[in-house]
Design a protein around this ligand. Structure first.
Ligand code: V3L
Length: 85
């Protein structure tokens, strides 16, 4: 986003940045003060809960990851599963 913040979900030993479109949707919902945001990842519906700061697959909530909003410049594994060095 233009204020230098981005959205991340947790991987093994690090954080992945959300894809740009999803990140924009999350930021918009977050700034509106909504408590959660529904996103689509590879055909699956996930809920991002801004109180708990987790994402969970809608029909399989055991698939749960931490999420965070942080500066775009933090070290990260990549974007939406695409690795960067
Ligand atoms: N955006 C993109 N892919 C996702 C997302 C998302 N928000 N959430 C889950 N997946 P689960 P390491 C991740 C993928 O939570 O080595 C990374 O992007 C998820 O991909 O059980 O552990 C990597 O591609 C996983 O493949 O529903 O850090 C991969 O894990 C799949 O959905 C390995 O990352 C099931 O995740």
């Amino acid at each position: 986003t233009d204020d230098g913040y981005q959205w991340f979900y947790e991987g093994r030993n690090g954080w992945w940045q959300y894809d740009d479109r999803t990140s924009q949707d999350l930021e918009e919902a977050f700034k509106k003060g909504e408590r959660s945001c529904t996103i689509l990842v590879a055909g699956y519906v996930y809920i991002v809960d801004f109180d708990a700061m987790i994402q969970q697959r809608q029909n399989e909530p055991a698939r749960c990851r931490r999420v965070k909003r942080d500066l775009a410049t933090i070290p990260k594994k990549g974007v939406a599963g695409l690795r960067i060095e």
